[in-house]
Design a protein around this ligand. Sequence first.
Ligand code: MOS
Length: 768
Amino acid sequence: MRHLSADRGGDLHLARLIRSEKEVEGRYEEVWTLVEEDALDQWPAGPGAVVGRDAPRLDGYEKARGEARYTGDIRLPGLLESAVLRSPHARAKVRRIDLSKAAAAPGVFAAVGPGEVWGMDGEVHFESAAVAGVAAETLAQARAALELIEVEWEELEPLLDAAEAVARGSVLQESRRYERGDYERGLAQADAVVEAEYSTQTLNHNPLETHQCVCEWRGDSLDVYVSTQYIWGLRRDLAANLGLPQDKVRVVCEFMGGGFGAKNGVGNYITLAAELARRTHRPVRCALSRREENVVGGNRNATRQRVTAAARTDGTLTALGGEYTCALGWAGWLPPTAGPTQLLYACENVRTVEHGAQLNLPPMAAFRAPGFVEGTWSLECVLDKLAAQLGVDPLELRKRNYAHADPMDGRPFSSKSLMECYRRAGPHWARRHEVRARSDEVWKRGMGIASQIWYGGGGPPSYAWVRLGSDGRANVVTAMQDIGTGTRTAMAMIAAEELGLPLDRVEVQIGDSARGPFASISGGSSTLPSMGPAVRSAAADAARQVVELAAQRFDRPERTLSLRGGSIVCSDGGNWPLADITGLLENGQILGKGSRGPNPTGMRVLTFGLQLAEVAVDVGTGEVRVEKVVAIHDVGRVINPLGARSQIEGGIIQALGHTFSEHRLDDPHTGTVLTKTLDAYKLPTIADVPEIVCDLVDEPDAHLTNLGSKGLGEPPIVPTAAAIANAIRDATGADVTSLPITREEILRALREAEERQRERERVAAGAA
Ligand code: MOS
């Protein structure tokens, strides 16, 4: 298919530098971006020949058969293994360290100590900070050598309490304050004000594949095989750390086993492997063990939140407020925890403050919608309490405060189908009385809802090439990574659609900075909306060349020709197999190139959704069973509905872990992590998975480049915990306020609800 704007004429490839807004997980920056004119109209809404139809992963069999090559499968000649000596203390100094015995141990090729590698020094600020590393012939030899390192520690008092840290000014960045309207007046205007405290726990990403790399020097160039969400960012930052030109660093990530935000950048396991490789003239692997992953692999920071919601009797919000304290650990950044309160509803008076405590705990890292997961939990819970107090239907309350434009600055949304999500929720929501009626003495049933808002529009720059050979097959080439979401498959689908080819005639070459152009991060739900338009644009460039050749060969005007079903089709009924043109190429190749166009100026690009949860609560034991989750999301055009459902299911399953079982526990006195294994840190299993119903609005965003697609990696995890908590309240009257929702928390909330009930009865009896 081919949709070129009529007025573009011959200016298809005008290279320009454009200022464009780029956003990743709520952090906005203005970037200069080199783009070529984005001259493609969007495809019509609805399924095309390939796009919009279920496609299994192109690499599914490769992965299932163990043929896909992950970083852990890399076996280079002469490869050495490494092990890292880590601090047993949360805060300490290395007074003296002796590496000599380790360096002389059997099989050992090199040992490095504090100060010899970027990110590894003699002062440690959290448990398991790296202080020394050893490279040896085998992993066992490397680990044995660690035992021979002599260290004299000076232990220092760790700072572990977030509130205390904020009070003492130990913060990673200035507290972030936001206010619009007149918050105090908003409270005064309200008929009901609900104030409550919520908390969330520290969580570990625990991707199936731990952080790992293999580094190999080739002359003055470094090859890095690494599990990463951002090939080009890692290349840039590693080159800077090593003082190398970027083109001297090659980053390879063909397959990876997830990251969830924890693999966005350079870690000292990479700089360590690079240094050990430099010293030994051998390739060196450094791979975190599962235990190391559970301490230094990054985490979702714990929070304490005090939130306020105020409304008039009809449910119109008059004020929203929040004070959020984030326990960030030693490093990281302050995630947008107040984001949902600022953005989700059309409330005139909003006041938020976010604090980012710096503590002697392992550094936080972005984790699937960082900030918004925690902030949505409190906002959507407190709104439900408010709805109950006012006697307004919770769904109705959300509709009544619908934001038709960005509530922060009045900008129009590039697209927003949240109202359609609410409309589609209607029939499910109507079943709540019937669900409640199925309660018995022991098991109480209920239903809850929560809204979702998040970023996910992507941005420039991103580039792709498409190669069409004499066999009429297409090859998409771009140096992006597939974090595990199925990006590779989505890119093939987009190219196939544009070239009018069946999917099995498209290959995708990714994962190597030396073999393809710049590609953006797999983070912030931005991969598809960043990469997809570049791939489509490259495919369109190739398609245009085919059409030009066909016009000459078949003597038809170009505008009458298009590519469809592996053929060149003319509006006069002419139809030629693509091979009639490509077959003439012999060794010639049609090379298309494409880039991601700029984001729409003056518009806010966001994703939206709503989830409904159905639960059963055993009021005797506090056991909760989530029986069903309905997820209704608006992410613009859906490229692969099968892949999209898989993202939604994955997000909800991860959310169930965050809601009920996952919890990194730290020793409150020493700051060491107690949950280092997967039997202590409880990830959900298939037995925890409820019925999940996915419903995607699938309405292309008319303003968002040539695809109209937004990202879906993060949205599904955002509202689940609040929807479940609201369902628990609906079932039992209990207000749960802390994550994870343990049985103790349920029983506490049930007792509190009973006391409230008794108090009401006492008051009523007194009045009578
Ligand atoms: Mo972000 S949590 O890297 O998608």
